[in-house]
Every structure is written in C-alpha cells, then in structure tokens.
Ligand binder design. Structure first.
Ligand SMILES: Nc1ncnc2c1ncn2[C@@H]1O[C@H](COP(=O)(O)OP(=O)(O)OP(=O)(O)O)[C@@H](O)[C@H]1O
Ligand SMILES: [Zn+2]
Ligand SMILES: [Zn+2]
Length: 804
C-alpha cells in the first residue's frame, strides 16, 4: 500500500479529518492501520494514527511519513471503529477519541531544539554564543529563559540557527541490565580454575551461578546477593565467563505482594439464579445486558468472579470496571487472588510508566482479565467475552472532559460487536438502568439478601435540629457518641462518613455576612487549615485567611462548615482514647497512602475510620459494626436533578459497610432534613419505593430517564458576548429541532464565572430527535472561527451528570 490516511495530533476543527501521506518504499509491507507514525505537518512534525491504507490518493504532492512509532498497531480495527463512533456520539475530535483509548505514556511529547547551521560560532551574538560553544543542538527551553525569542528569530532568519521539532514518547520502556553466563555449568566449573586465587570476588560470582544454576540474573540482584562490585563482574565479562544484556521489564506495582490463592465459593440459591443466565450468554455467544441488582454484601463479586472463570474457560477475555475510589487493594486482591498473573490492573494510583506496562501486558495478550477504572473499557482485547461494570451507578464512569463518553455506553457498544454479555452491578442502580430493566431492555438479576441471610444493619435517623434544641452543639449527636463509646469498649470498629460533596468550609463575617469569594470565579473560597489559606477549587487562586473582615473591618470573621480535620479534632476531644485514621484528599495524596491507611485499619491499629466519599465503597472489614454519617443532606441543596438519587446511593452504600460478617451492624444517620424521602427510604433500604417516588418527580419535570438532556455551556471573558452567542444558539436550536423537544435558556450557569470567564447555558430536553447531532455539529462549525481566534468556548455534553 502506497498511501496512508493519518489522523494527526492537532486537536482543532480544521484538522479533524484524515490527511494523506506517502508510505516510503521500505515500510510498505510493514505498515498497518492502527499504528502510530510521525508525519510532517506544516513546519512541524507531529504524531498521528494511520486509520487506512490505500493504493491511490486524490491529492498530489504528498509528503512522506517520517517515522513509524509502532511495529504492531496499538489500536485494533475494532478500536479504530470505536474511535469513529465516539467522535460521532460525543462530538469530539477524532484525535481525542484515539488518545482516550491509550495510556498517557503513549501520547507524544513535542520538543523544540535549536540547531547550529554555521561552522563559525563567532557569528552568533554574545548572548547566544555560549550555548553553542561545545554543542550543535540546544533545547529551546534552555535558551528561552535567557535570550528573548526575537533575538533567536533574527539568527534563524540569517540562517545561523534552525528550529528542529522533535516528537518523543512521554514515557519509555524500562530496561535493566542482566548478566548471563556464556557457558554451560560444567564448563564454567572447569574454567573456574583459570581465575587467580586472589580474585576471590570473581570466584564467588562464578560459584554463585553454578551453585544456584542461574543462567541469567539482573545485575543489581547479583551484586547484592554476592556482595561484590561492578568491577568484578566487568572482569568476568572481559574474560568471557559472563556477558551483559539490556532486558525489558515491567514496572509491577504489585511486585512485592503475595496474593493468596482463593477458590470459588459454593454459590447460594440467589447467586446461582443470577449466574445461570450470564453463563448461558457466554456459552451461546449472545449479547445481553444484565442488571444485577443486589443489596450490599449479597455476594455480587463472587458472581463476577465465577462468570469470569467461564469466560476464561472458553478462551476469551474479560474487562471489569470498578470506580476509581473502590479500586482498593482489597478489591485488587479479590481478582488477583482468584486469577493470579492473568490479571492486569489499571487505575490512577499507578505511575504513567506502570500504567503503560500494564497496558502492554494486555496488548501482548499476556493477560486475559483487566480490572480497572473508566478508561480500562478501551483495553485492546480482541476476543472479548464479557464486560462487568461494578457499582454501575457511579458518576465517575462518565468522563467529564472530551471525549465525554460514558463507560457503560462503550461497554455495550463493544459487547455487541463481540456478541458477549455486559453485567451491570449495583445495590442502587441508576434510575436509567432500572427503568430499562423494567422495560426488558436489560435483563434483571436480583440478589435480595445478604450472603448467609445476615440482616441489613439497623438505621437510626437523628434530627440534628432536635439535638441543637436540647443544647447539644457538638457535631456528634448523643446517640452517635454513645455508640462510638460502646464500640471502643467492645474493641469493635466504626466508620464515620463526612459527606463533603456540595459542602465546603467557607469564611464568613458574622457581623456583615461578607463571604470571601474568588476574584476570578463566582464561588466562595474554601478554608484550608494548613497555612491558614483560602483556596479556590476551580482556578487554584489562594490568599491568606484575613484576620479582619475586608468589608466592615470586624474581627468576627470565621470559617463555617466542617472539614475532616475539624471532625478529627473534635473526635479527639470527646473520645481521647480512640485511635482515628483520617482519609481524605489531604491524607491520601501520596502514592500508596490510601492503601497503607486501609491496611492499618484492617489490622485493627485504629478504632475509627473517618473519611469522605472515598470510604463509602467496597470496604469489607469484619469488625466494623457501626457506621455514622455526620451530615446526610449536604448534597440535597445542589442545583442537580440527581441530588436525591446520589444521596440515596451514598447512604445505602455506606450503611452497607457495617455488619458484613459475624457481628451485627448498626448505622446512625445525622441530618437536618430527616423527612426527606431519599434519607427516609435509604434508612429503610427501600430502593423500590425510592425508585417509584423519584421516577414520579423526574416525570413531572421532564428529566431523565423520561427525557434525554443535552447541556450546552458557552463561556467567554466578555459577558455581553456570552449572552449574545447563547441567545443565537438557543434560537438556532429552536428553529432546527422538533416540536416535542424543549429548549431551556439561555440562563447563567449555576457557577456563572470560572477563571474570569462568564458562563451561560442552554439545555435541550428531548425524547426522539433525529436532527440532534447534525444541529449540534452545525453550531460547532458555525463558531469554529471564533472559538479558535476569539477565546469563545462552547462545550456540549450529550448526557450531563450534573448541570453545573
Ligand atoms: N456463596 C458464598 N458463600 C459464602 N460466602 C460468600 C459467598 N458469596 C460471597 N461471600 C462472602 O460474602 C461477603 C460479601 O460478598 P461481596 O463482597 O461479594 O458482596 P457484594 O454484593 O459485592 O457487596 P458490596 O456491594 O457491598 O460491595 C464477602 O466476604 C464474600 O467473600
Ligand atoms: Zn464584615
Ligand atoms: Zn477561582
């Protein structure tokens, strides 16, 4: 094939199409679609993906591919096709779709280097000359800090310097030096006599190889095992005993961990009834979407594990998606324990290099199962036998940047192609999924009871207004405190959840009500104890906490709200003997910290685990018998039509952490709105009633799942510009979309300004709308010029999680 169509790494509307390139003679037999290449693009070189090869091109005077990055395609044909589908369904650039499917390490890194074109360094001005005294190439970055660009440009115009554009991989393969012995052990033994007796270290090394029958060993291991030096090894290499080689290795985040092998458990009746139809689909190569609705602790994971076993038995591969925050070591353990080295794990806790290596294990077919967060759905398996999405209701399965895809949609798309099942599991399915199962679009599998028929923990709702009325100003109700004390005495453990979503600590003047806001975003600043800082969570702006009100000069300026740190301090005051582990963004920032804290808690080195949302899921500790929720209702006030649903889900999930094993559990939910149905029904574990009530509300307000929603957010530094564009867009939508479709807006977004950009929005609610994609695409095309030159931003979300 002589020509290649390439999608180039220039994410812009004008370049969002394939460009043709010539394939140099020597590569014509080698190239395949799905490979990455380096191609000239304008004055630069950029990375790109070959999407097609052909014998003819309609264009004349084509440039040639400069470099092949891959020798085997990194995108399979299926993924190339999936990229096209993502582009169409989420309205993203083709290049963004492809890049979303690959680990970050494979993204190209662009560097500019200045090259010397003259033999006489003397012609260069004094400011530049020193850089080139000993070199011919210098990183632009290095010079740029010292010499103005205009001066560099002058030299380029004179032909003294040239700009060279380089494309590099972000992260490379890791290689280590290994030492091998050149001869057989018997020959080595004979040769041993040749080494002079005083070269003790050398003899030791050779003996080490012979004694342990090792033919290859990493250099650093050899040195530490034998206590010898590099020099001794070098001499042996010179003498021909040994030789060295560079060997590629994987960075394995779980390298030093031992996973005990687990065996399949005998399934109970409910589990059996759930797994049978799944196995049937696997064996019959049938595409079905199952919704496994199973209460917390009902043994869904065991059903996943045994279905995966079936998939592996028929020689296929499986993908398991788990929300980022519940991809705990415990979770990894459950899969590695059952399937050992057949498992690759992908999550954000890994370094870029580790992720790349895990990905390559999948790519090289060295594993058959991947357990990972959202983007693992793009695992380049070619023989997919099943996709499982655990906690399917989790909002993190939707990517909130381009491409704005939902992993569930991608899973179903891929599974259809592979004729295999998708299993969505949850104790609190999304209304969308549950409604689909009621209509028979998804097949419903139900696990109503906890394994071994353990009772769901009893939930007590505490009205915090009552507490206040009876004089308790603390953040712990009397009941919660009693129960915490009781657990301490019995040596049992407790989990405390501080619901942080939609809740932050802000600073307010008690005299005049002034609230410290971000000067760039219309949002209040969040108080951080460390360094007494006020920070903006949207743009990163920081200032020191004022000691007087900037408005009225009063000293009564205080922060409101509760952070985990504050709870911890209070806890220490009321329960000084309790050992507390705090888990929040501050204590889990470092790599591995999350895991260390959980291990500590698991080993009972603490009595109370206090944390944010991140502790609500997946934890399974036998001695946890009490769960406390400090503030159940903070989310309910968010401008979000899913607020009740999210509250219900969170409360149900966190309650599920108590009493999972022998000891019975108890839950205390503190709230200022005990009468809210999401709180009341969560306390009764009544998903069905919640579903009915919430569906009723959604119906009366035309929200999903009755209507689909599209959110268009328009932003620009100039508010009049934003309003006029949003108005134009609303008019265009009304003119082009059907009569039954509703267009709301323009209105200011709930956060009307972020990073000095004003934000307006338009919402489309529709049931069926055949012109939708075309109309939205036209809007993007119409404003293309202004978006690239006039700082206008239009973001289109085809199924927004929130309306912020
Ligand atoms: N058939 C079985 N026999 C005995 N024990 C089981 C069986 N199935 C599961 N278990 C055990 O019951 C406990 C709860 O199961 P599991 O964690 O799979 O539930 P789950 O539905 O995934 O819970 P959650 O949604 O709360 O994470 C686990 O400790 C698991 O090992
Ligand atoms: Zn004031
Ligand atoms: Zn800000």
């Amino acid at each position: 094939m002589k020509y290649a169509s390439v999608i180039v790494d220039v994410p812009a509307m004008q370049t969002d199409r394939a460009f043709d390139y010539k394939v140099p003679e020597e590569w014509q037999k080698l190239v395949k679609p799905g490979m990455r290449v380096i191609v000239p693009f304008g004055p630069r070189k950029v990375q790109g993906f070959i999407i097609q090869l052909k014998d003819h091109s309609d264009y004349k005077r084509l440039k040639s591919i400069t470099e092949l990055v891959d020798l085997t395609p990194c995108l399979t044909n299926e993924l190339l096709q999936l990229g096209q589908w993502l582009t169409e369904t989420t309205l993203c650039f083709k290049i963004s779709a492809f890049q979303a499917m690959l680990p970050a390490a494979m993204k190209a890194k662009y560097e500019k280097v200045l090259g010397l074109l003259t033999n006489d360094v003397g012609v260069l001005p004094e400011s530049i000359r020193p850089f080139f005294e000993k070199r011919h190439h210098v990183d632009l970055k290095e010079i740029q800090d010292v010499v103005p660009l205009s001066e560099i440009q002058k030299e380029m115009n004179k032909g003294h310097l040239e700009m060279i554009y380089q494309v590099k991989q972000k992260t490379n393969r890791k290689t280590i030096k290994v030492i091998k012995c050149s001869e057989s052990f018997s020959k080595l033994t004979k040769m041993l006599a040749e080494i002079p007796a005083n070269a003790k270290k050398q003899i030791e090394i050779v003996e080490y190889f012979i004694k342990n029958k090792i033919s290859e060993i990493p250099l650093h291991v050899l040195l530490s095992e034998t206590g010898t030096s590099d020099a001794s090894v070098k001499s042996l290499i010179t003498k021909g005993f040994l030789f060295e080689e560079m060997k590629e290795v994987y960075r394995d985040p779980y390298e030093d961990r031992h996973f005990e092998k687990t065996l399949p458990l005998a399934l109970n009746k409910e589990q059996k009834d759930a797994i049978d139809p799944i196995i049937h689909s696997i064996k019959e190569n049938h595409h079905d979407v199952f919704l496994m609705y199973g209460v917390t602790g009902s043994g869904k994971t065991e059903v996943y594990l045994q279905s995966i076993e079936e998939v592996l038995k028929v020689g296929k591969e499986a993908i398991v998606l788990v929300p980022e925050i519940s991809l705990t070591p415990q979770m990894v353990h459950r899969f590695k324990g059952r399937f050992g080295s057949k498992v690759a794990v992908l999550h954000s806790g890994l370094s870029t290099g580790e992720k790349y290596d895990e990905w390559r294990k999948i790519h090289r077919k060295e594993v058959q199962l991947v357990v990972g967060a959202r983007s693992a759905i793009f695992a380049p398996f070619e023989n997919l036998g099943m996709v499982i999405i655990d906690e399917e209701h989790e909002s993190s399965y939707k990517q909130e940047e381009n491409p704005r895809y939902h992993a569930r949609d991608v899973a179903i798309y891929r599974a259809k192609l592979h004729n295999c099942p998708v299993v969505l599991g949850s104790a609190t399915p999304t209304l969308e999924s549950f409604a689909r199962s009621k209509k028979g679009v998804y097949k419903l599998l139900t696990l109503k009871e906890r394994v071994n028929k353990r009772e769901m923990p009893k939930v007590e709702i505490i009205d915090m207004r009552e507490e206040l009325r009876s004089g308790n100003r603390s953040m712990f109700s009397r009941s919660l405190l009693d129960k915490l004390t009781d657990r301490l005495q019995k040596g049992e453990q407790s989990v405390l959840l501080l619901n942080k979503r939609g809740y932050s600590s802000f600073v307010m003047c008690r005299d005049c009500g002034y609230v410290n806001g971000c000067p760039h975003c219309d949002i209040s600043l969040t108080y951080h104890r460390r360094g007494q800082q006020l920070k903006c969570h949207y743009c990163g702006y920081e200032e020191v906490m004022p000691s007087r009100c900037p408005e009225c000069n009063s000293e009564h300026i205080r922060f409101f709200g509760t952070g985990t740190q504050k709870v911890e301090e209070e806890l220490v005051k009321v329960l000084p003997e309790a050992r507390v582990i705090r888990m929040d963004v501050d204590t889990t920032g470092k790599k591995g910290a999350h895991e260390k804290l959980l291990t500590k808690f698991g080993q009972k080195q603490a009595d109370i685990l206090l944390g944010t949302q991140m502790i609500a899921k997946g934890l399974d500790f036998p001695d946890v018998t009490l769960v406390g929720v400090l503030t159940a209702d903070t989310m309910l006030n968010l401008p979000d039509f899913r607020a009740s649903e999210k509250t219900f889900q969170l409360l149900t999930q966190v309650s599920g952490r108590a009493g999972r094993h022998e000891l019975p559990g108890e839950v205390v939910i503190q709230t200022y709105t005990p009468e809210h149905y999401s709180i009341e029904l969560a306390s009764q574990y009544d998903y069905d009633a919640f579903y009915l009530q919430e569906m009723h509300l959604r119906k009366s307000h035309d929200y999903p799942p009755y209507f689909y929603i599209v959110l268009l957010t328009i932003s620009h530094p100039d508010i009049t510009k934003v309003i006029s564009v949003t108005e134009e867009i609303a008019i265009f939508l009304r003119r082009n979309l059907g009569n039954e479709t509703r267009i709301l807006g323009p209105v200011a977004s709930p956060i009307p300004r972020i990073k000095d950009r004003y934000r307006y929005q338009c919402m489309v609610k529709y049931k069926r709308e055949k012109n939708l994609h075309e109309t939205l695409q036209k809007i993007l095309e119409h404003y293309q010029q202004e978006m690239s030159s006039n700082d206008l931003m239009i973001s289109i979300d085809l199924s927004p999680n929130t309306l912020m």
